[in-house]
Design a binder for this molecule. Structure first.
Ligand code: PMV
Length: 351
């Protein structure tokens, strides 16, 4: 019998949404209630490295080790990713009987994040993107990034956007089976090479309400959410795509901030309310406002996901004004750790 250990390794970067995904129209397939758009961060800064292996010597249970700790792979989302990738491999094997039958072998996945998983920095996005890409490489699937994005989406919605570098849209699609709910590249990172992101990690450790639970309650109870999904987000998507194409930072920044505010407003309008922003987050918002006021235009933009951590986008030429103000003001504000780390956006070159 074949006792070979087959394996493949890859990395996937973190992405931070500037038009937010919040709400599922189909929780099983992770189909969203609105489209979204993100900026992928540089692989050298925040990323997941994943090795996928399979062998007849691995016993009967698929396994996943994250930063050295065994994870539960029996959940529907991980199972959906394994199932879809195995069936694509099985189709290749059926078409070419000379291929080794990897689709029937036990999978062993080993992942490492180079950033704190608990800090709520979109770890599931990089995690599922790397998992899907590593298994697709192991199985030598001819699938495109957009095709793989539909599988990663079933692991974690935002993961579909981490298959690409640069500026990435997730089209919500309209098909009931999710066949058109996928990620597409709007522009590579090289299109806007002076874009920078500053990540401020608040010392608060774990997110209070998971994104899945939060979204479900928002969809079920918030009336503001209806307006957001139907009117606000479609407008923001259009403006954001234009801002990226034109490299118009003022528009990019304005939409980024209004989007974050709109998302957190629907969280507050959820019943019972969800509070992701805290006093520390609000201090960061005020610093960005002061920076823009002093500059007389928008040169910095804040955004927050399902937690208090802040990401500030700006252009390289404003580094001194932006980073300087953040460090001098927030350095003395209780709750901020590390006073921010600058991260470049870049192409996910080897994805
Ligand atoms: O992919 P999830 O289920 O962890 O949801 C992510 C939700 C936000 O980060 C708040 C927004 C987004 O589009 O990434």
């Amino acid at each position: 019998a074949d006792s070979t250990v087959y394996q493949a390794s890859t990395t996937a970067p973190v992405n931070i949404a500037v038009v937010k995904y919040w709400g599922k129209r189909d929780p099983k397939l992770n189909l969203p209630t609105n489209s979204s758009l993100s900026v992928t961060l540089s692989q050298s800064d925040l990323r997941t490295h994943t090795t996928a292996a399979c062998s007849s010597t691995f016993g009967s249970d698929d396994s996943l080790l994250l930063n050295g700790s065994p994870q539960d792979v029996s959940g529907a989302r991980t199972q959906a990713c394994f199932r879809e990738l195995r069936s694509l491999r099985a189709a290749l094997e059926a078409a070419d009987p000379s291929l080794p039958k990897l689709s029937t072998l036990t999978l062993k996945i080993v992942s490492e994040n180079n950033f704190p998983t608990a800090a709520g920095l979109a770890s599931s996005a990089a995690g599922f993107a790397a998992l899907v890409r590593a298994i697709a490489d192991l199985y030598q699937l001819p699938a495109t990034k957009t095709e793989l994005s539909k599988i990663a989406r079933q692991g974690s919605g935002s993961a579909c956007r981490s298959l690409f570098g640069g500026y990435v849209a997730w089209d919500m699609g309209s098909a009931a089976d999710g066949s058109d709910s996928q990620a597409v590249e709007i522009a590579p990172a090289s299109h806007w090479p002076n874009m920078r992101a500053l990540i401020l990690v608040a010392s608060a450790e774990k997110k209070g309400v998971s994104s899945t639970a939060g979204m479900q309650t928002t969809v079920a109870t918030s009336e503001l959410f209806q307006r957001r999904a139907e009117i606000v987000v479609p407008k923001h998507m259009e403006q954001m795509i234009k801002a990226v194409k034109d490299k118009d930072f003022e528009l990019f920044g304005k939409v980024t901030m209004m989007e974050s505010n709109s998302f957190h407003a629907t969280c507050l309008d959820t019943f019972p309310p969800i509070f992701y922003l805290n006093d520390t987050s609000r201090a960061a918002i005020r610093v960005v406002e002061a920076i823009n006021e002093k500059a007389g235009k928008i040169i910095a933009a804040y955004t927050f996901d399902a937690g208090p951590n802040c990401v500030i986008y700006f252009e390289e030429e404003h580094m001194a004004e932006v980073a300087g103000a953040i460090k001098s003001v927030l350095g003395s504000v209780e709750g901020w750790e590390g006073k921010g780390e600058e991260v470049k956006t870049s192409d996910a070159a080897h994805l």
